[in-house]
Design a protein around this ligand. Structure first.
Ligand code: SF4
Length: 493
């Protein structure tokens, strides 16, 4: 078990102390390829932010001394004003400041983040930097200023680091949060190091909690109330107050809509439930059907001329087409040359691949939004792209509206729905099995980190992954059709 509390532990404890308690005792999990890539980009941004302070020094790592000891020694040099990666440790609390600047007799803490300065969620970052300021103040440093170093929307590929950042003074909000944290910090530390976990309370964070069904509220329960789709937070709060986790114990007077009730009935019966109206709804999908899936790339620093930070770039599509539900599918795809922005070429290829009549079947609103972005980027292609938009049919709608399955577990993601409805089709045998890895591999090709003989197999892996996404939709459509027939015959019996 770890014996120190980091910023990450602290932020988790704000959402749920029990989650932080389990986290301190959990075996470390190796980061995924996509997580490693995110960390790598974070380090690059941190390195560029340091260029804004040419007088700064990195607190060096020295064998036999802790980072906190080295920081103390560095800060004692009054000729130096700016320090990178300064670390302090007070009791169980450890904190590291991206940038620490001396001014007069006080200190200024600056935290570098790969977010835009005009983003709506800047306030979320206040908790982040407030923890650092709290621990530095407990260590005896008179921190009186706090700033976030954030990305500028004006930065474009090729610009210098002086145009990359905007520094936002958040001192007032941070100091308020620090006052709150100082009241609770000792009690939080006591809770996190006590022998037994703090009392778990059902909160929305439980939905994403890695301990939910292994060590906490969902352990040993086949179906929990978190499987109810779209449950209003007030209803979740009521269930939490009444200590109800098991779906089987749902109070009779808890009002649920039709979909929610069907989901509960399906989970408790262990059987899929199909609304008899599914067949009629599916019959509205015009043939032939073109099953479409996109992949994109997005990196903190732009990849191509004219692009800004975190810009989403379409890189790939797969289309399966068939004339009828029993028809033999044909397949077409497109994968960009990672060395350049190929979105114009992709848009033209897409229009060509979807030429003619019939539905363009997608799963979720992602494809619709990306086609709209293409239409905005290439006004001369607006007419054919608008026609495609008018042909879109979202398969997700047919599932959320008409199908409940005990295997969904409260999620309608295709990665959850597919094994429940089409168990014979799986991503397991593929080299790329999820969208985050696909984005990472493409980005690494674009950045020249995958090169030479590795490019051809990587491109094939990307093509295979996207192809399976559209094959999955095609098979899902077939299974839904079969379910509709059986639901209709059941209703007629
Ligand atoms: S399942 Fe919920 S209560 Fe338990 S640790 Fe996770 S977030 Fe906290």
């Amino acid at each position: 078990m770890r014996t120190t509390i980091t910023k990450s532990d602290w932020l988790i404890s704000l959402a749920c102390p029990a989650m932080a308690w389990h986290g301190l005792r959990a075996d470390p999990v190796a980061p995924s390829e996509a997580e490693q890539f995110r960390m790598q980009q974070g380090q690059e941004i941190g390195g560029l932010a340091r260029k804004l302070h040419p007088d700064g020094v990195i607190v060096p790592a020295t064998a036999g001394k802790t980072p906190a000891q080295m920081t103390r020694e560095c800060l004692a040099d009054l000729h130096k004003q700016t320090f990178f990666e300064a670390t302090v440790a007070v009791g169980p609390f450890v904190a590291k400041a991206d940038i620490l600047r001396r001014h007069d007799s006080a200190w200024h803490v600056l935290e570098v983040k790969s977010r835009f300065s005009d983003g709506e969620r800047i306030q979320d970052l206040v908790n982040d930097i407030a923890y650092t300021v709290m621990v530095f103040r407990r260590a005896g440093l008179n921190v009186d200023r706090a700033s976030l170093v954030l990305l500028s929307r004006d930065f474009r590929f090729g610009d210098g680091p002086d145009r990359l950042f905007e520094t936002v003074d958040v001192t007032a909000n941070v100091m308020k949060r620090v006052s709150d944290f100082e009241v609770t910090s000792d009690e939080t530390a006591r809770l996190l190091f006590q022998m037994t976990p703090p009392a778990p309370i059902l909160v929305s964070a439980c939905r994403e909690c890695p301990f939910f069904d292994t060590k906490c509220l969902g352990a040993g329960i086949s179906h929990t109330v978190l499987e109810i789709p779209g449950l209003h937070h007030k209803k979740l709060k009521r269930l939490s107050a009444e200590g109800i986790i098991d779906l089987a114990q749902l109070p009779a007077d808890l009002e649920l809509n039709e979909n929610q009730q069907r989901t509960v009935n399906s989970a408790l019966s262990g059987k899929p439930i199909i609304d008899h109206r599914l067949g009629k709804a599916l019959a509205t999908i015009p043939w032939p059907c073109h099953y479409l899936d996109f992949e994109t790339v997005s990196t903190v620093l732009p990849l191509y001329k004219g692009h800004g930070c975190n810009q989403q770039v379409l890189t790939q599509f797969s289309v399966h087409r068939r004339e009828t539900i029993d028809g033999e599918p044909e397949h077409r795809d497109y994968l960009a040359d990672a060395g350049q922005d190929c979105q114009r070429d992709l848009a033209e290829s897409l229009i060509n691949a979807l030429d003619g009549k019939g539905a363009v079947v997608v799963y979720s609103s992602f494809e619709r939004n990306r086609i709209k972005a293409l239409r905005d980027a290439f006004p001369d292609l607006a007419a054919p792209l608008s026609i495609i938009l008018g042909r879109l049919v979202d398969l997700l709608f047919f599932i959320t509206e008409f199908v409940s399955h005990p295997g969904f577990g409260g999620s309608y993601s295709i990665k959850t729905v597919l094994p429940a409805l089409v168990p014979e089709l799986s991503y397991r045998g593929l080299a790329i099995r999820d969208g985050d890895t696909a984005i990472t591999r493409f980005a690494r090709m674009a950045r020249g980190e995958i090169r030479g003989d590795d490019i051809v197999p990587t491109r094939q892996q990307l093509l295979d992954y996207c192809k399976l996404d559209t094959l999955a939709m095609l098979r899902l459509h077939g299974v839904l059709q079969e379910m509709a027939v059986s639901a209709a015959s059941g209703a007629a019996d």
